[in-house]
Structures are given as structure tokens and as C-alpha cells.
Design a protein around this ligand. Structure first.
Ligand SMILES: Cc1cc2nc3c(=O)[nH]c(=O)nc-3n(C[C@H](O)[C@H](O)[C@H](O)COP(=O)(O)OP(=O)(O)OC[C@H]3O[C@@H](n4cnc5c(N)ncnc54)[C@H](O)[C@@H]3O)c2cc1C
Length: 391
């Protein structure tokens, strides 16, 4: 893609400028003192750095990502060409064999596209196979509740496709940029569900080009199927994945359950996990050793008359989600209820499948089976912020 080439060029220019600066500063004997001043400022004035640089840059990147996803879906989508793209992968693998299998193979996906802070240079000396333009959603089979996609479809693209059609993934990884192939081969967990398992567990079949150049469709009855997750692409190149989907509802009914000890948290967590009316979503925050809140939610088709008002916590003026959840713990304390038998707040429908920020994503609980530990000031605030943006 032209855009990839432009970005690669930009990165190369930046690297060149960086190397030149590094050399000049070294020659002037300024490298050490300047580096110390730089790291000192980054550490001690990080609020300013985040506000002035990081946040605007993330907004720009978010806009870029939306534009890129929209562009791919609008102008580059051609599901009918899938067999041709698979043939191209097969050809690349056979070329590698014809050339005497001298190098190792890997995907040609550039490092900046992957969700990883690593700057990978190893691909330069390897036989690369193009898979990152396999970005099409191939088929939604509503009868069997199966979605067939190419491996470089990302989560944002999936959700934007599924929601307007009334479907969703049972487990939705929280980062929009993650790809189906990357999540499966790299065993990205992100979100897991006590009902559905990990993202990989949504797969019911893989199409893979193996080192002989043959293309295989494998299902749970094949050994290879079970070896693909966490294989980091060592078994072959994925060219399609079939995933389970479920009908989407418009809301979730959300309940906050304060807990006042680790034992209580574990006990309640187990009850929710295995109980009869086990919730669709189960997640929790531990703010301190003795203060936490579990959040449970059930899919809720429609907001009915008499339901509490919908709380769309996506709005910018809403409090951070971890603060919102904490208020239920504090409220309960004020009421002086017995710590082991918390009075539950009335079920509160939470806006589920509506517009997120400016677009249409899934503001549903993204962590249907996750417990966060630590005080908000020790790191969970960033995660909590992520939750609040997504809910
Ligand atoms: C900031 C950050 C936060 C993260 N947070 C979490 C977290 O909270 N929980 C969690 O579980 N994970 C987390 N991860 C890890 C992340 O989920 C995984 O690294 C995931 O695999 C990245 O997906 P990707 O689409 O970028 O894949 P890539 O990094 O591009 O690929 C992952 C692997 O899959 C292989 N692969 C990709 N496509 C194919 C294909 N078509 N055929 C064959 N092989 C292929 C690649 O070669 C590579 O080995 C985090 C990562 C980062 C950087």
C-alpha cells in the first residue's frame, strides 16, 4: 500500500535524523548530559508530556486508524478475490521452497502495524509472505452463527460490520487495532469470558497454507487446529478464520456488587461464575485490600418503561468508570449495611450497543471475566479509563 510505503519512508527519515543527532551530540560530548536531562524531564514532568504530546498524538492516531479501516472496507474490499489471494500466499511459499529454503519465512507485516512496542528488524533477512492485505470479511452465516474472515481483519472492522447487522462477537478484545490472525497466532487474550473462553476459542475452523504450499481447512477434529493458537505463525500462514458470533442486544443490565475483603470477593466471584443465573459479563476492581466492586451484567434487549434510565458512560463529561464503580462502594459504606451482605443497587441498564465516541463500536463491558487489582493511583486508572471509554 502507498500509505505503508509513505510511513516506512517517514520512519526511515526520522531514524536517519536520530542517528545524525546521536553522532553529532556524541562528538560534542553532550550526549550524556542531554540524555539525563531528557529522561529527567520525561519522568518528572510526565503530566505535561502526556497532555501536550501523548494525548493529541493518540487522538491523531485514532482518527488515522478509523480512516484507514473505513478506506479498506470501502475501496479495497473484494471478498470474491479471496481464492486468488490464497493462491498468491501459496506461490510465495512455493517460491521459498524453490529457492532452496535458505531463509526462514515470516509475514511481511511491517512492525509499526503490529500492536507491539518492538521495533522488529529481523524480517529484513527473512523470506516474507504478504498476508496483511488479507483484510476482508468473507461471509456471515447467520443460520449457523459463523463469521468467516481473512486474518488481517481488525477488531474495529469486525464490530463495525457486525453491529449494524445485529450480531456481535461473544468475546471482544479491547484494542481496535488487533487483528484476528495476530490474536490467534500471538494468543492475545485481552478479554476472556467465563462462558466462551478466550478469543481463540471463538474459532471453529482455520484455513492455513502449510510449508508445503498446500492449503488446508482444519476444524477441531484435526490436530493441527489445536496447535495453531500461540504458534506465532510457525505452522503456516493463516488465510481465513471462521468465528462464532451471537446476536447483539442493545443494552446490558448492569449491577455493582461492593466487596470488603479478598475472601468475599473470591466467594462472590465464584458464585457469579457458576451460579444458575450466571451473568454474561463478570468483572471487578480491587481498590484496596479491603475495598472492591464486582460488576455483573446481562444482555438486555430493550430498555422497558420502568427501567432506570440508560447510563451512557461514553460521554466525555461522565466520570472515569473506576470512579463511578467506586461510588457504589462508598454509597454502601454510608448506608452502613453489613459488609458481607451488600445491598445491591437496582439493576441499572447501561447503554450497550450504541454509538461509541463518534463512531459505532461496542460500548459493552469489554472485560467479561477480569479482576483488576491495585489502587487507581497505581496503574488501574489507565485501564479503568479504557473501560470507561468502551462502556
Ligand atoms: C500495549 C499492549 C498491550 C497489550 N495488552 C494485552 C492484554 O491486556 N492482554 C493480552 O492478552 N495481550 C495484550 N497484548 C498482546 C497482544 O494481544 C498480542 O501481541 C497480539 O498478538 C497482537 O496482535 P497483532 O494483530 O498486532 O498481531 P501481530 O503482532 O502482527 O502478530 C502476532 C503473531 O501472529 C503471527 N501472525 C499474524 N498474522 C498471521 C498470519 N496471517 N499467519 C501466520 N501468522 C500470523 C505473527 O507472525 C506474530 O508472530 C498487548 C500488547 C501491547 C503492545
Amino acid at each position: 500500500m502507498v500509505l505503508n510505503q509513505v510511513l516506512n519512508l517517514l520512519l526511515s527519515v526520522l531514524r536517519l535524523i536520530g542517528s545524525a543527532l546521536y553522532f553529532i551530540l556524541g562528538a560534542l560530548g553532550l550526549r550524556g548530559p542531554l540524555w539525563n536531562a531528557f529522561t529527567y524531564s520525561l519522568t518528572n514532568y510526565r503530566t505535561a508530556v502526556v497532555l501536550i504530546f501523548v494525548m493529541p498524538l493518540s487522538v491523531v492516531f485514532d482518527c488515522y486508524w478509523r480512516l484507514r479501516t473505513w478506506y479498506i472496507a470501502k475501496y479495497m474490499s473484494a471478498p470474491a478475490l479471496h481464492p486468488k489471494r490464497v493462491q498468491r500466499v501459496q506461490e510465495a511459499v512455493r517460491d521459498w521452497a524453490r529457492q532452496g529454503k535458505k531463509q526462514r519465512m515470516c509475514t511481511a507485516r511491517p512492525g509499526w502495524l503490529t500492536v507491539s512496542p518492538r521495533h522488529s528488524t529481523y524480517k529484513k533477512t527473512m523470506h516474507t509472505v504478504l498476508t496483511h492485505d488479507l483484510t476482508d470479511i468473507l461471509e456471515l452465516d447467520t443460520k449457523n452463527r459463523i463469521l468467516r474472515v481473512e486474518p488481517s481483519v481488525n477488531i474495529l472492522q469486525l464490530i463495525d460490520y457486525l453491529l449494524p447487522r445485529g450480531w456481535t462477537l461473544p468475546v471482544i478484545p479491547e484494542l481496535d487495532e488487533l487483528t484476528v490472525g495476530g490474536l490467534i497466532n500471538g494468543y492475545g487474550i485481552e478479554t476472556s469470558s467465563h462462558h466462551y473462553g478466550l478469543f481463540c476459542d471463538l474459532a471453529v475452523a482455520y484455513e492455513i497454507v502449510v510449508p508445503s504450499g498446500e492449503v488446508k481447512r482444519v476444524t477441531p477434529k484435526d490436530k493441527l487446529f489445536h496447535c495453531i493458537p500461540w504458534s506465532y505463525g510457525t505452522l503456516g500462514f493463516l488465510t481465513a478464520v471462521e468465528l462464532k458470533v451471537i446476536p447483539a442486544t442493545k443494552y446490558v443490565r448492569h449491577r455493582y456488587v461492593p466487596v470488603y475483603s479478598v475472601e468475599e470477593c473470591v466467594k462472590k466471584w465464584k458464585e457469579f461464575q457458576t451460579g444458575e443465573d450466571s451473568p454474561d459479563f463478570l468483572e471487578g476492581f480491587m481498590y484496596t485490600e479491603n475495598t472492591g466492586v464486582l460488576m455483573v451484567a446481562w444482555y438486555h434487549a430493550e430498555a422497558k418503561p420502568g427501567d432506570p434510565p440508560v447510563n451512557n458512560i461514553n460521554w466525555w463529561y461522565k466520570p472515569y468508570f473506576y470512579k463511578h464503580a467506586l461510588s457504589f462502594v462508598e454509597e454502601k459504606r454510608l448506608r452502613g449495611a453489613h459488609p458481607l451482605e451488600p445491598v445491591l443497587p437496582a439493576p441499572q441498564p447501561l447503554h450497550l450497543l450504541g454509538p461509541r465516541e463518534s463512531g459505532s463500536h461496542v460500548p459493552q463491558p469489554h472485560f467479561p471475566h477480569r479482576l483488576r487489582m491495585g489502587s487507581p493511583s497505581q496503574g488501574s486508572s489507565a485501564q479503568a479509563h479504557r473501560v470507561s471509554r468502551r462502556h
